[in-house]
Design a binder for this molecule. Structure first.
Ligand code: T4K
Length: 391
């Protein structure tokens, strides 16, 4: 009998599930002592909300961090976006992307505006600027675009279309904290940009958000809109909402902000490790780096081409759970597929071929500064084992 040469047998690595769950993200948290120090100041002041000292400090710091002349802080990004639409007095139809978090489209509904879905670019996964003009009607008042996963939209092209057709432009920059194009803060493009400071964001205030804009004339009205329209104790000049960020949120933001650059560096290394491990693996691709663009390091997403990879995105997502890894299928389903919007003419599947393809391919991987390189290696090992159909 022929002797088996053990060297020729490829051993299947045995991988155990992670002991603790690995989530798609974890919030950047300062030390509890540092936060306690800030809380003491707030306690002593007995000033908890309504444009307090922490709020004022953070708002100023945000103009620097975002490199934009005007910032208004909010209690969350969704309310901020609702207020942005109110401030621009939008009417009728707004052209938007179906590949986003529900908040983007819902904000239009809350303003009694009709979303008109536009297909997306196959590479950046942002609204396809070349398809916007065909959707403009006499009822169109604005474009609401999203810098998905922090990749900037084609701001030049969108700006030109808006100018030509006299439309307003709002950017949902929820994922784009710190993004710059050739050194210019991303909020210098369009009429108003919204940032989310939710706990899952690179920079956060637990819950929170901001509007950023270059037109200083907006400041007064936006700040009225987020404070019930109160001009003074006896004068209420418009139907505002409560969109105020409180002092505890602002304080958390001030402390967290100090560590954002460190976190960015850590995430940059993690991203490099993912790419090193997965580069060349058939059927897996990454978002392209765009020349002159400063990355937000908000998400690290991969795209799975089922035919080439051999398994679907959903297979990976489910398999990962068995290893205690919780990836996310952002943004599945498309907003155009929700029951509340599927009736719209623009929501028809055949009108959004790229978005309907992309939404089955994207997987957001665990991505946060506290993730260890050895864990990234193991996560990539799982992907490789799925690819070879060992699991
Ligand atoms: N526009 C866009 C394009 C957006 O992506 C968002 C929000 C908005 C507008 C609205 O902005 P905000 O009104 O939220 O400011 C999360 C966030 O809740 C949401 O803010 C974010 N986008 C969205 C992309 O992600 P979920 O439903 O995925 O969150 P959740 O609770 O499943 O959290 C994800 C993972 O993060 C968890 O598995 C574990 C980890 N996590 C989460 C929280 C809340 C923590 O470790 N600690 C935490 O405190 O929506």
């Amino acid at each position: 009998m022929k002797k088996i040469n053990r060297k020729n047998i490829i051993e299947r690595p045995k991988l155990k599930a992670f002991e603790k769950p690995i989530y798609v993200t974890r919030p950047l948290l300062p030390s509890i002592d540092e936060m306690t120090g800030k809380l003491k100041v707030i306690w002593e002041s007995q000033w908890l909300t309504n444009n307090g000292a922490q709020h004022q400090m953070l708002e100023k710091k945000m103009t620097e961090a975002l490199k934009v002349s005007n910032v208004s802080l909010f209690n969350n990004g969704t309310i901020a976006l609702i207020v942005a639409c109110q401030n621009l007095d939008l009417k009728g139809e707004v052209i938007t992307t179906p590949f986003t978090f529900p908040a983007t489209t819902h904000v239009l509904s809350w303003n009694r505006l009709t979303p008109v879905f536009c297909d997306i670019d196959p590479v950046t996964m942002n609204i396809d600027a070349d398809k916007i003009e065909a959707l403009i009607t006499p009822r169109t008042s604005a474009i609401l675009a999203v810098h998905v996963f922090g990749t900037p939209c084609d701001v030049e092209k969108i700006g030109k279309i808006a100018k030509k057709h006299n439309l307003k432009v709002i950017y949902d920059a929820a994922h784009a904290f710190g993004v710059e194009i050739n050194g210019r803060g991303i909020a210098n493009f369009g009429d108003i940009s919204m940032f989310s400071f939710h706990a899952t964001k690179l920079f956060h205030t637990a819950e929170g958000g901001a509007l950023a804009y270059t037109n200083k004339k907006y400041k007064k009205q936006i700040d009225l809109l987020k404070n019930f329209g109160i001009a003074d104790e006896e004068t209420i000049i418009l139907p505002g909402i409560n969109g105020k960020m409180n002092e505890i949120q602002a304080a958390l933001g001030l402390v967290t902000l100090k560590y954002v650059n460190d976190e960015r560096k850590k995430r940059e290394l993690i991203k490099k490790e993912y790419i090193k491990q997965l580069f060349g693996l058939k059927g897996i691709s990454f978002l392209p780096e765009i020349k002159g663009v400063r990355n937000s390091y908000q998400y690290f997403v991969v795209r799975i081409d089922e035919k080439m990879f051999g398994r679907s995105r959903d297979y990976l997502y489910e398999k990962f759970k068995k290893f205690n890894v919780f990836t996310r299928k952002y943004f599945y389903p498309l907003c155009s597929q929700y029951e509340c919007y599927a009736y719209l003419n623009s929501a028809k599947k055949e009108k959004l071929p790229v978005a309907n393809k992309v939404v089955k391919e994207v997987l957001a991987m665990p991505f946060f500064g506290g993730l260890k390189v050895k864990d990234v290696k193991k996560i990539c090992q799982i992907i490789k084992m799925i690819h070879t159909k060992w699991i």
